[in-house]
Design a protein around this ligand. Structure first.
Ligand code: NAP
Length: 488
């Protein structure tokens, strides 16, 4: 960020409860101990947010040039004296070197921004360690989940959440206000015992993605092996033909749509199972088993992976004609036809099949892109519940139906051609149809008025075996009410 930029406020109008500029924290002096990357970015953001900043360094003369001119850079003890809130932008290993400042720090708020290099690196969290070194101070854990880069990129970009915890409510409120004025969203994580959890957050590698990625890899491996047997091993064993060249593109390209298609159906299958459970038990208040709960929570990641595989399938398919093997096969076919004096090679049915297959595939990919885009938090947050559920549920099911049509047009009559069965193994696409068709069939059953009404009542609180007053919307959108029992 240039010095010119520093003069401009980074924060635009923010739609928040309460105007940050009128908060008690606004305009106060904030101390920063340390002059490294984080301290510098923090000082820049604080200055831009209207705070007075005083930086405490062991070598202020050397470091002063790195900070905006509005920030005062001085010795650590001097800086600490000028403020009540001090961000400790120093690594945990060096906390003990600050012990000389214990007297001047007494009674002040210390904000611990530190991170570790490993999950659960130390027995106690860094913040608890800092609190043990400075018992006369109030320690607040916070800001460690935002990087120096996020601090510099302003309110326009980057992660906006700042997780905060402390045993002192007042100190926590003060730090939360500072975060708000800086354009962040403070999230209260409770008391100091949460510090360990907060410190582990930046070290976690895609925690929500582990199961969906393993699932996608598992499916990929299964379908890849199946296709390898059919496309490479079978011709080698039966006709001694070397088809190894098919592995990098053809086998991968027949595997990817299978994974994409099955994964898409796995986004909607847990919803079907949840509805079945609710219908069976006649209540929505019974907890789902843990595995179903976990599955429901991972639907977004499973959907995004499905989109990823579908997009790769599209790119691979576009590249198919570029392959040398494809050109050789075309010439070979042309020569054969010329030798057999075949002039008309146009097969009307094949032409139509391919046209429909490609067109339907493009539409399915377009819908999947829409689902993927609207699952991003920034887009999802701009939609109301009805819009979100229309896109993710209704359009999602339409995408599943269109993907099924895409798969069926590919298959056309192949499922009934015995030459397509290699080692008695049916074509891969027929296997992939199993789960999606079950999901679609279940959805159709749930749409039937008698099932739909019952499900709707359950989701509005009606329970089997209990007399409850229920209110249901009629077809005209009006609400009707009545007394009912489970046996109705
Ligand atoms: P850094 O660039 O290495 O800066 C550390 C600073 O600590 C030094 O500039 C130094 O400033 C000060 N310091 C005080 N006593 C020290 C001592 N005895 N030995 C060495 N340095 C001492 O590190 P950083 O990236 O700014 O990170 C600072 C803290 O912020 C760490 O706890 C880190 O986990 C946390 N953090 C960083 C980021 C990030 O994106 N960088 C993100 C989240 C959290 P003086 O020489 O001026 O005293």
């Amino acid at each position: 960020m240039s010095r010119g930029d520093m003069a401009k406020p980074l924060l635009g109008h923010r739609s928040m409860e309460g105007d940050p500029s009128t908060m008690p924290a606004a305009g106060r002096t904030i101390g920063v101990l340390g002059s490294g990357d984080f301290a510098r970015s923090l000082a820049i953001r604080l200055v831009c947010s209207g705070f007075k900043v005083v930086v405490g360094s062991r070598n202020p003369k050397r470091k002063a040039g790195l900070f905006p001119s509005a920030a005062e850079v001085t010795f650590q003890a001097e800086a600490v004296k000028k403020t009540d809130v001090i961000f400790v932008a120093v690594f945990r290993e060096h906390y003990s070197t600050l012990c000389d400042l214990a007297d001047v720090l007494a009674g002040k708020i210390l904000v611990d921004v530190s991170n570790n290099t490993e999950v659960n690196h130390h027995k106690e969290s860094n913040a608890e360690y800092l609190a043990s070194l400075f018992p006369a101070c109030t320690v607040v854990k916070g800001f460690n989940v935002v990087s120096a880069w996020t601090l510099q990129s302003g309110a326009r970009d980057g992660n906006k959440q700042v997780l905060i915890c402390s045993n002192n409510q007042e100190a926590k409120r003060t730090v939360a206000e500072i975060a708000q004025v800086m354009g962040f969203t403070p999230v209260d994580m409770g008391c100091m015992s949460s510090a360990c959890e907060i410190e582990n957050i930046p070290l976690r590698l895609l925690p929500a993605w582990k199961i969906p990625i393993l699932l996608a890899l598992g499916l990929f491996l299964c379908f890849f092996t199946y296709n390898l047997i059919r496309q490479v091993i079978h011709p080698y064993i039966r006709e001694q033909k070397n088809k190894l060249y098919k592995i990098p593109i053809e086998v991968v390209n027949t595997t990817l749509p299978c994974v994409a298609y099955v994964m898409l159906s796995l986004v909607y299958l847990p919803g079907v199972l949840a509805a079945c459970s609710q219908l069976y038990y006649g209540t929505k208040y019974r907890r789902f088993p843990d595995w179903l709960d976990q599955w429901l929570q991972h639907r977004k990641q499973i959907g995004l992976l499905s989109f990823f595989c579908a997009a790769l399938h599209a790119v691979y398919s576009l590249c198919l004609p570029m392959r040398r093997s494809h050109r050789y096969q075309l010439i070979e076919t042309a020569v054969k036809q010329a030798m057999e004096k075949k002039m008309n090679i146009w097969v009307e049915e094949e032409v139509w099949r391919m046209e429909i297959y490609i067109s339907v595939g493009i539409i399915a990919l377009g819908l999947l892109s829409l689902l993927a885009i609207t699952s991003l938090p920034s887009i999802a947050n701009s939609l109301n519940w009805r819009e979100f559920s229309f896109i993710q549920s209704t359009l999602g099911y339409i995408a599943l139906v269109i993907s099924t049509l895409h798969t069926l047009t590919y298959g056309w009559s192949r499922a009934f051609d015995e030459n397509q069965y290699k080692f008695y193994l049916p074509p891969t696409y027929t296997l992939t149809l199993l789960v999606p068709c079950t999901v679609i069939l279940a959805k159709v059953i749930f749409i039937l008025p008698c099932i739909r009404q019952r499900l709707l009542r359950i989701r509005r609180g009606w329970e089997k075996g209990r007399y409850v007053k229920f209110v249901l919307p009629s077809a005209t959108g009006e609400y009707s009410s009545g007394e009912t029992s489970s046996n109705v």
